[in-house]
Ligand binder design. Structure first.
Ligand code: XMP
Length: 321
């Protein structure tokens, strides 16, 4: 019967059967699925798994550390970190178009991942690539061949098209809630197991306008404040996710102390959803919103206006790009 502990031992057995005494690599994105898949495979084959974390510099505050420190501490996984922030920023320089941003990030990710994979393959006969594919992904890619591409969804950690690895997909029979239960059973940190969805291209698609180091820093601070306050208000599980969007090319006039300011707006986009296909804007209590607004404008000098997105999906998507 279905208990997290039974499912873990079944999956571990199946992974051992598939990989035998072979070697595997796994790309970590910072998200739940790749982390749980990696933890399972590590449980099955130990150090014959090497994880690769490409830090593209577009994650939120604390997320790279969560992978590099907390995840490693919890699993003992062998981790290869590539700090590629400069490379991604250079490639994104001057780029404003959302799809162009996604294409560039996807392309750079594959190049960096391939180079790391080659390094690892130079010292071990790596034959397998681990992926955190879930059951809904399997169904979607099988059934939705003609679905229009609304946004080119790039999953960091995804399979480079011409890599010649055999796939290990230990989560392909599981739904998200089951993956979380397995992750908890494996001793992964709560904050990782319960992480809300976050796009592979990261903060790049939450900066409306060119992505720069300074803008990333502003958005990262804003996002951290919002997450802190939503958590403090006990709303993490009530909302699906809350993108924070920096309107980097928009400025508006404000007044603070004795002075006129000319700063940037941030948008709060809290949504409720079952599966991200449709969504409604979340009715966050006004006092929580008020507190977030005060903190954002007090603590982040570049921000002088906070706006709330009250559009459902459709017609708007959850992310702004
Ligand atoms: P949209 O904006 O299309 O988002 O309503 C639906 C859900 O998907 C997430 N999202 C992504 N996830 N790679 C991902 O792994 C991506 O490129 C990507 N783009 C959007 C978004 O956060 C929301 O949960």
């Amino acid at each position: 019967d279905w208990t997290p502990s039974n499912i873990v031992s079944e999956l571990v057995t199946a992974i051992r059967e598939q990989i035998g005494d072979g070697y595997a690599i796994c790309g970590l994105s910072g998200g739940v699925d790749s982390a749980v898949a990696a933890a399972l495979v590590q449980r099955a084959i130990g150090d014959r798994l090497t994880c690769v974390f490409v830090d593209h510099g577009l994650l939120r505050a604390g997320e790279a550390e969560q992978v590099e420190q907390d995840f490693v501490a919890a699993t003992g996984v062998r981790l290869h970190v590539v700090d590629a922030a400069d490379r991604f920023l250079a490639a994104l320089s001057g780029v404003v178009d959302p799809e162009e941003k996604r294409r560039i990030i996807g392309r750079e990710f594959i190049r960096v991942f391939e180079a790391a994979a080659q390094d690892i393959a130079a010292s071990a006969p790596v034959e397998f690539l681990v992926q955190g594919t879930l059951y809904p992904d399997v169904v979607e890619s099988g059934g939705g061949a003609n679905a229009a591409t609304i946004k080119s969804h790039h999953n960091v950690g995804g399979l480079p098209p011409d890599l010649r690895f055999r796939l290990v997909e230990p989560l392909r029979t599981l739904f998200k809630d089951e993956v979380r239960a397995v992750g908890a059973e494996l001793g992964l940190p709560e904050s990782l197991v319960w992480r809300q969805p976050f796009p592979g291209p990261g903060l790049a698609v939450r900066i409306i306008g060119e992505v720069t180091r300074d803008r990333l820093s502003v958005l990262r601070r804003a996002d951290a404040v919002v997450r802190e306050e939503l958590t403090a208000a006990g709303l993490d599980r009530a909302i699906w996710q809350c993108p924070v969007v920096l309107l980097a090319d928009v400025r508006s006039v404000g007044v603070q102390g004795d002075g006129r300011t000319y700063g940037h707006p941030v948008v709060l986009r809290p949504v409720t959803s079952e599966d991200a296909m449709t969504a409604d804007w979340a009715r966050i209590p006004h006092d929580v919103l008020a507190h977030i607004s005060t903190r954002l404008t007090n603590e982040i000098p570049e921000i002088n206006r906070v706006v709330l997105d009250i559009t459902s999906k459709p017609p708007a998507t959850i992310e702004w790009e």
